[in-house]
Design a protein. Structure first.
Length: 226
């Protein structure tokens, strides 16, 4: 049975993120995958069909809905992950499996044919590519500062400098030019948790004073690129 998580999103100023970071730093640990600066760079290559169904599902609030993406970190090919993110009744679930650089290149060339030994997610993605003609559409990139708290499996992330590119060939480029999608100085706070969010964390972040939003990085990046 698939397990879904709560996901809250807030549009914040840099000053608000600074205050939140000061409040939660004594309570939460930084994710172990961060660099010395406490951040890492994320790039996600999103796929959609010829009808732009994923884009319009986002726009129309279709429930349930899902989309495929390939994700890398710090513009490196050391860890390449195929992911399928599902949204149902305001909650999210993510399936993932690793890809090799060769598999990635074959996907972009439309030449990948999974075998029975490959991950179920990869076989599902392949079937969707064949049936719906899924193709890469946009790169979504940003810098993430992630905090974690074990009780409730809480993950608090600050996503800064969100931008997009349609230069699919530049996915691994060290300095990929990006188009910003948010007003200057605005960033995204995301709070993910399983069954519960501890009250003291909610209070420490002063979430009641922030405006919750249904922000979708993918949707806004596609809106700028369609």
């Amino acid at each position: 049975m698939e397990s879904f998580r709560n996901e809250l999103k807030y549009l914040c100023s840099e000053g608000e993120l600074t205050l939140i970071a000061s409040a939660i730093r004594p309570l939460c640990a930084l994710d172990s995958h961060t660099t010395g600066s406490g951040t890492y760079a994320i790039r996600s290559l999103y796929f959609d069909d010829s009808e732009n169904s994923c884009y319009y599902d986002n726009e129309n609030g279709t429930d349930p809905r899902e989309k495929f993406r390939i994700r890398i970190y710090n513009a490196s090919d050391r860890q390449i992950t195929l992911e399928c993110k599902k949204k149902q009744r305001y909650m999210t679930h993510k399936d993932s499996c690793p890809l090799t650089k060769e598999q990635y290149q074959m996907i972009l060339q439309g030449q990948l044919t999974p075998t029975s030994e490959d991950a179920p997610l990869l076989r599902k993605f392949y079937a969707q590519c064949q049936q719906r003609y899924l193709r890469p559409k946009v790169i979504v990139a940003y810098e993430r500062t992630p905090f974690v708290y074990p009780a409730g499996n809480v993950r608090i992330t600050f996503d800064r400098n969100i931008g997009c590119s349609t230069d699919i060939d530049g996915f691994f480029a060290p300095n990929l030019p990006l188009r910003p999608i948010l007003p200057l100085g605005k960033q995204i706070l995301e709070v993910k948790y399983d069954e519960f969010l501890p009250d003291f964390l909610y209070t420490a972040m002063d979430l009641g004073s922030l405006r919750q939003t249904a922000f979708s990085k993918y949707y806004l990046c596609r809106k700028f690129s369609i």
